[in-house]
Design a protein around this ligand. Sequence first.
Ligand code: SAM
Length: 223
Amino acid sequence: MSVKKRSTRSKSSQQWLKNHFDDTYVKQAQKEGYRSRAVYKLLEIQQKDRILKPSETIIDLGAAPGGWSQVATSFVGKRGLVVALDILAMDPIVNVEFIEGDFTEQSVFDSLIQMLISKKNGTDGKCGAKCVDLVMSDMAPNISGVRAVDQPRSMYLAELALQLAKTVLRKKGGLLVKVFQGDGFDCYFKELRSCFDKVVTRKPKASKSISREVYLLAKGYKA
Ligand SMILES: C[S@@+](CC[C@H](N)C(=O)[O-])C[C@H]1O[C@@H](n2cnc3c(N)ncnc32)[C@H](O)[C@@H]1O
């Protein structure tokens, strides 16, 4: 019986690999030197909403393998700052600071704040942590396939991203966050609307239509 199980799993992982390498966005990412197909989601949002600008400070949560960070640093340039964080290791990217850790842990949250203070606190001391222009979160839990387990986990990560945004965003800053449609979504949307001037939903073409994932873009933090 265990033999049967093993062979089934290997077939489905082979199918996953086949689908992955057949994927147009995966091929395009390889050709264009991007680390993930996810870059095309951010690039489409950027084209429409112009969320990344020169010299800005950007936080990239759930950054590995680094596609969004590659895009972010190309827009903010050398005078900007990108701080990326992931529970997994990530190969370095020029002009991107990386923190490896589980964002659900308070100590990791604190390290991120400390990093911002050390990088952004000018000699006049006026800047500190509240200097971030945009918090992006593409964090997603390991999907178990059981919606009752996956949905609360993903909403929890989205909540943590909002909590960080409230701590570090400058007035009128923005938040781009991946959320899965399901329990807790409407409530989260309402919460965003109370903190920001405008909230819109984005479903980029590179986001698979069968996936419940959407991106919420909140602009104009009310501080
Ligand atoms: C869809 S991938 C991000 C892809 C990335 N935006 C890119 O363009 O390469 C989601 C990431 O969220 C990370 N993640 C999930 N839970 C996390 C947590 N608790 N703390 C930090 N990162 C987490 C995963 O390790 C994974 O790398």
